[in-house]
Design a protein around this ligand. Structure first.
Ligand code: CTP
Length: 439
């Protein structure tokens, strides 16, 4: 039997998949290199066998001795050092790795990896390994948002299937504030555990809609709702982490689109409908998290309406937007693909309303939440949902939207597996007992 971290799926400890795993931490030359020591300590504590490789520049920020002490193993600092290579070469380390983490991944190291260079121990291991690679970028905010860095990251994700954690938003060593800060070591460990255990959506084409829609009254005003897009973005990013190829159709939202996810930005329900039409063509799963405005103004004024023109009391004529989920359910007919997941934002009779939506919108699963409950629903970082399908209702424990996203995806994976399974054979009728012949 094959023993290994990837089989350890049922474990409750989130770091459990790391136990016994061979993890290479590649440290490249940025100020956040010192945080790699804490990362290595946490990985070691989680039971991983950690090998550290460093670029020459990384060694200017932190000494190899620190990592050697933490891992009790030699550290790879020089690709061309015969003594280092004689004990165990970088190719062997790359071969036996279950996971390679690059932390920090600087703009320069990302560019070099995207170009397939391999002239230092870190890039050589990255190129030689067949294990998943997790990048934890850290750099100046302008470097991070530079189109070249963005293109390099996308290339590593799209072409090589690398995973990315962070960067976080915060005060950077260069005194700028914004995205660029190395993800917290504990978050990198969590992401590493996910990469090792959770590739159950590998190759699945998933479309996720998120955020509100804004239906313009005039160039300044709109009819909309309180959705922030957080739940949908969390689903898109969790699915991407689990190997899905995700297209996110995102309504007006302050959130940055998740790295590695193809994002289409839309403003209103009509645009969302167009974007969906294209995106769902070859989708395996569609998750409609978007809070689509049910109505739009019958007429959009091209110029800003003046207060005087509107008068002391105003009424705006509204027309109904199409129910996009119901349209998808109808178009699908008797085919069961794509698997359709809807949301139900409710303030009363949450389960009853969700059950109705399951039927009227002809979808496979409705994620119901009580948006009036504190810590649940719009704009907050946590959620409490109930999963409603034809077999009943399952309450998901309250958690961060990212945690809840994973629980929803667990259910999607289970539903896909059940749909793919051959129909259970009807139990065989017991054979009539043969009459015993008398001799
Ligand atoms: N939805 C949709 N198109 C609409 C309205 C809703 O596709 N015009 C989708 C949402 O993305 C969600 C589900 O339908 O997945 C339920 O949305 P919700 O706002 O809870 O319900 P409504 O259908 O708008 O019904 P009601 O407002 O009466 O509860």
């Amino acid at each position: 039997m094959i023993e290994g971290p990837r089989l350890n799926r049922a474990a409750r400890d989130p770091a459990a998949p790391l136990k016994g795993a061979h993890v290479v931490v590649g440290v490249t030359g940025g100020i956040a290199a010192y945080k790699a020591a804490e990362l290595v300590r946490l990985l070691d504590k989680a039971g991983a066998h950690v090998d550290v490789a460093m670029t020459g520049r990384a060694q200017k920020f932190i000494g190899a001795m620190t990592f050697q002490a933490l891992t009790r193993r030699p550290v790879f600092t020089n690709l061309f050092d015969l003594t280092e290579e004689a004990t165990i070469g970088h190719i062997q380390v790359a071969d036996r790795a279950d996971l390679v983490i690059i932390a920090p991944a600087t703009a320069n190291s990302i560019a070099r990896m995207a170009a397939g260079q391999a002239d230092d121990p870190v890039s050589a291991i990255v190129l030689a390994t067949r294990a998943p690679v997790l990048l934890a970028p850290s750099m100046n905010v302008n470097m991070w948002s530079h189109p070249i860095t963005e293109a390099n990251i996308l290339r590593l994700i799209d072409v090589a299937g690398y995973h990315v954690v962070g960067p976080g938003d915060g005060f950077l060593a260069c005194r700028w504030t914004g995205p660029g800060r190395l993800a917290e070591p504990a978050d990198i460990v969590e992401a590493a555990a996910h990469v090792l255990s959770n590739q159950d959506l590998a190759g699945v084409r998933m479309v996720v809609t998120a955020g509100p829609t804004y239906e313009a009254i005039d160039p300044v005003r709109f009819v909309g709702n309180r959705s922030s897009g957080k739940m949908g973005v969390a689903i898109a990013s969790a699915a991407q982490r689990r190997g899905a190829r995700v297209t996110l159709v995102l309504g007006p939202s302050a959130l940055p689109p998740p790295v590695g996810v193809t994002t289409m930005s839309v403003e209103n329900a009509t645009q969302l409908q167009w974007a969906l039409g294209d995106a769902v063509k070859d989708a395996d799963v569609v998750v409609m998290t978007a809070a689509v405005a049910d109505f739009r103004p019958a007429k959009e004024a091209k110029q800003k309406l003046k207060r005087g023109e509107i008068g002391p009391t105003a009424s705006i004529a509204l027309v109904q937007n199409p129910d996009l989920l119901a349209e998808l359910g109808k178009a699908r007919g008797s085919r069961r693909t794509p698997l359709l997941v809807g949301f139900a934002a409710e303030t009363d009779d949450v389960i009853g309303n969700a059950e109705k939506k399951l039927v009227t919108k002809k979808c496979d699963l409705v994620v119901a939440n009580d948006v009036s409950e504190p810590g649940s629903g719009f704009a907050v970082d946590t959620n409490r949902v109930t999963l409603v399908d034809t077999s009943g209702a399952i309450e998901v424990p309250a958690g961060t939207k990212y945690e809840v996203a994973h629980r929803i995806l667990d259910h999607v994976v289970a539903m896909r597996a059940a749909a793919a399974a051959p129909p259970a054979k009807a139990p065989r009728e017991p054979k009539p007992k043969a009459k015993s012949k008398k001799r």
